[in-house]
Design a protein around this ligand. Structure first.
Ligand SMILES: [Fe+2]
Length: 176
């Protein structure tokens, strides 16, 4: 049985707003949605990040995240972060715009990080939780590709947090 073929598309640092326009899902995370994530309390209505997710591409999902520049206290804006429920599901992040860091950690306490700038790609192996942080002065835009049935476990990070944080020290970002 043949399914109808979806249209191919290309995404780059200039045309990504067109991709947003064709997404069926749009999630906005504001300060009030992330009150327990930062060390200090974020302004409730401040937008921290937005996620745009494309319609089905069968067994592969494509999502674009726009992480706004800024800090809460000394801590740079970041995403909530999650593990995948499927222990075999990895993910690839392409940085389209801006400057950021992807923090990763395993359930047994290993940590790692990849610094991203336009053209950089981060490969997240299965079993690593991942969170992105905007350490630049502009929007940090990245495209994520992951298996459709990855599943998202946000609860573990919400409860336990990340071992490492990214803060501004003497005017520069530092992973502590
Ligand atoms: Fe993920």
């Amino acid at each position: 049985m043949n399914a109808a073929a979806e249209n191919p598309f290309g995404i780059n640092s200039k045309n990504y707003p067109e991709f947003m326009g064709r997404c069926s899902e749009h999630i906005v995370r504001k300060g009030k949605d992330m009150a327990d994530y930062f060390t200090e309390s974020p302004e409730p209505d401040k937008i921290i990040y937005e996620v745009y997710e494309a319609e089905s591409q069968a067994n592969m999902r494509t999502a674009l995240t726009v992480l706004k520049p800024g800090k809460v206290g000394t801590e740079y804006h970041m995403t909530k972060g999650h593990f995948h429920e499927d222990p075999e599901a990895g993910e690839v992040y392409f940085c389209l715009k801006g400057r950021g860091i992807i923090l990763m950690q395993t359930r047994d306490g290993r940590t790692d990080e990849v610094w991203l700038e336009p053209g950089s790609v981060a490969c997240i192996p299965p079993l690593w939780a991942h969170r992105t942080v905007n350490v630049g002065n502009y929007d940090f835009v990245m495209l994520a590709i992951f298996p459709t049935d990855s599943g998202h476990d946000y609860g573990t990070i919400e409860k336990e947090g990340f071992i490492k944080r990214v803060v501004e020290e003497n005017g520069v970002p530092k992973v502590v």
